[in-house]
Ligand binder design. Structure first.
Ligand SMILES: C[S@@+](CC[C@H](N)C(=O)[O-])C[C@H]1O[C@@H](n2cnc3c(N)ncnc32)[C@H](O)[C@@H]1O
Length: 292
């Protein structure tokens, strides 16, 4: 009896230890989540080497650079330049007359300029602030491939419409637009809402793009993202019309999330998984704010 009691007490104290470890871990996770939720982080340039998401668009891009003597990679919403960091490792980019054009915030652009000097590729870059891009576009000679990576989920309806208009209006200039975006947030992101890739594809098609994809990738750590390539065609829409289409698309997505959350989706076999994956409460709040 005594040995049984001692065995039980060992089990219970081991249980308590593991419970308090779990609680500790949960608290740390929550603190990390909240920290990233409250401050919108931009990916550091040092992450480029190990980012599997980035790797899925780099090879097709380098293949394209390799196939043409000259051209421009226009990185719209470039952050701190993780894409440039990846390109700087490629012989094709270094040897051919390709230019990287980073469009972003001044603070980020300054970091990219420092990086380019350090890597001795400063003659191969041009940097444009977001305001200038939206007022004057991106007038450069030669072929242009745009990359819009992890940007759409941060934009509200009118910002999304402005971006699509810039891509449409430049239809004679942009050969293709490589879009990569998140389907689940690896960390909390306040006021942001992921796009359902099929809804985004439908929107872009209505705005006159030919779209290849989306190709959805899920990672072992539970993240998910999609890639698509959009080729602008000749359809020219007014900003107001594009804004209306964006609002409709976001509304469509909002309705499906509300249905999922409110119980209409109870029969959906993966309802719980989807809600958790989308982090639905927070993203629904962000999307509700976008559409109202
Ligand atoms: C999550 S970061 C992604 C940065 C970078 N593309 C990357 O892959 O690391 C989102 C970026 O969108 C940019 N951004 C914010 N508003 C924008 C807008 N209206 N149009 C284009 N980019 C925008 C921000 O400056 C920021 O760099």
């Amino acid at each position: 009896m005594r040995s049984m009691l001692s065995k039980m007490s060992k089990i219970s104290s081991a249980g308590e230890v593991s419970l308090s470890n779990e609680r500790e871990k949960a608290l740390q996770d929550a603190a990390r989540y909240l920290e990233s939720y409250l401050s919108l982080e931009v990916q550091s340039i040092d992450d480029a080497a190990t980012d599997p998401q980035l790797a899925t668009i780099t090879l097709p891009l380098i293949e394209r650079i390799d196939g043409e003597m000259a051209g421009n990679v226009v990185d719209i919403g470039c952050g701190q330049g993780v894409l440039l960091s990846k390109l700087s490792e490629s012989d094709a980019f270094r040897q051919k007359d390709w230019v990287y054009i980073g469009i972003g915030d001044r603070v980020d652009l300054d970091k990219i300029a420092d990086f380019a000097r350090f890597k001795k590729i400063n003659r191969k870059i041009e940097l444009i602030e977001l305001d200038e891009f939206y007022s004057q576009g991106c007038e450069v000679e030669g072929s242009k491939t745009a990359v819009v990576r992890n940007v759409f989920h941060e934009l509200n309806i009118s910002q999304t419409a402005s971006l699509i208009c810039m891509l449409c209006r430049s239809s004679e200039q942009f050969d293709e637009v490589i879009i990569q975006d998140l389907m689940r947030f690896p960390k909390g992101e306040r006021s942001n809402a992921c796009w359902d890739p099929l809804v985004l594809k439908g929107l872009l098609e209505k705005c006159g793009f030919n779209v290849i994809g989306p190709l959805v990738h899920a990672t072992r750590s539970g993240n998910a993202f999609f890639n698509m390539i959009a080729r602008p065609s000749t359809l020219d829409l007014e900003t107001g019309e594009v804004e209306h289409l964006v609002a409709l698309a976001r509304h469509e997505q909002w309705e499906s999330w509300v249905a999922l959350e409110s119980g209409e989706g109870i029969g959906h076999p993966k309802r719980g998984e989807i809600i958790e994956a989308l982090d639905l409460d927070l993203q629904l709040a962000a999307l509700t704010a976008f559409i109202h």
